[in-house]
Design a protein around this ligand. Structure first.
Ligand code: ATP
Ligand code: ZN
Length: 305
């Protein structure tokens, strides 16, 4: 006979819940960032929840537009969402949203731009005066227009905004742009950026339970390692002793490099450094010019401390 529910003892630990986009431009990079933090999970076609196998964490798989609301209402403890969606939701919310941006994640970068017909008579924000603008971001656009004292009418469209000028809805649009290819394909040209966006980690404004806070702190510490190691490289090279100072100055974003003597060679040393900024070909050319030889640039997978 089955026991009545009040006989059941809850031995489950609390699980931190992260809201992430199920499918779309944010989804893959969000999953990949979480996997780099060591979370093991599988995304199934129709599931709303994915259980992380090796940590007390669940992923809530939803549409990106719902993420700020889920986190603010406490249905999820944290979430990963585009800043564009976050800002629009905050501007449109009836009650103030109880959430904070905890980390900028550096992926899903895009710009919210004003664009109009290429070669047409709207070329600057001032030309928008008295016209109509089609957008899925009436909140952000409305704020931009009022900040810049422009009187224009926002026509809200849920999608296919780039078609608005062609079908005569509005001569200009305010939409997300990454490469500009969609604009170009529709005979449009961007003339102003009103918001630069990237994925952000948001957290409920409510205090987490002690257990959840511990899981959260562990995740954040790993995430910081992932963010830092993303653009970081380990550089190894050999250089004349006399050039160490010049070479150290060229190494981008590095603290004091490690200098190691080379066996059987009094003039040369090995220099090793973690560079926290991108290392470009130009940097390597400058290092070579300064006397560096056998230059190796290695990716860094994880960083801590
Ligand atoms: P959903 O079904 O979850 O509502 P969606 O169609 O609203 O998805 P996507 O097109 O998947 O959204 O975009 C999600 C987010 O990815 C955007 O809100 C934005 O932050 C980011 N993004 C990055 N590049 C682009 C781009 N070129 N166009 C649109 N969004 C982009
Ligand atoms: Zn969406």
């Amino acid at each position: 006979m089955a026991s009545p529910p009040y006989f059941k003892v809850n031995i489950m630990t609390e699980r931190l819940r992260i809201a992430v986009q199920k499918k779309g431009r944010l989804a893959d990079e969000s999953f990949s960032a979480l996997k780099k933090c060591g979370l093991r999970f599988t995304i199934r076609g129709d599931g709303l929840l994915a259980r992380v196998k090796n940590l007390p964490i669940d992923l809530l798989l939803v549409r990106d537009d719902d993420i700020p609301n889920f986190v603010s209402s406490g249905a999820s403890d944290i979430g990963i969402v585009g800043e564009n969606v976050l800002k629009e939701d905050m501007l449109n919310a009836k009650d103030p949203m109880s959430l904070t941006i905890e980390r900028r994640l550096g992926f899903s970068r895009c710009n919210l731009c004003l664009a109009s017909i290429d070669g047409g008579n709207i070329q600057t924000p001032k030309d928008l005066e008295g016209t109509k603008i089609a957008t899925s971001y009436p909140g952000i656009l409305g704020q931009y227009l009022s900040d810049n004292n422009i009187n224009a009418e926002c026509i809200e469209m849920k999608g296919a905004v780039e078609l608005a000028p062609r079908i005569g809805v509005a001569p200009s649009i305010c939409d997300l742009v990454s490469s500009g290819a969609t604009l170009e394909a529709n005979g449009l040209q961007a003339f102003a950026t009103i918001l630069k966006s990237e994925a952000v980690l948001i957290k409920t404004g409510q205090e987490l339970s002690k257990e959840k806070q511990e899981i959260y702190d562990q995740l954040i510490s790993r995430l910081d390692g992932v963010i830092r190691s993303k653009d970081s490289k380990y550089i190894m090279l050999n250089a004349p002793k006399s050039q160490i100072e010049t070479i150290s100055k060229i190494l981008p974003g590095s603290d004091a490099p490690t200098i190691i003597p080379l066996a059987g060679n009094d003039d040369l040393v090995a220099v090793q450094a973690v560079c926290t900024e991108n290392v470009f070909w130009e940097t390597l050319e400058a290092l070579k010019k300064a006397g560096a030889r056998s230059i190796l640039v290695l990716p860094i997978e994880k960083m801590m401390g």
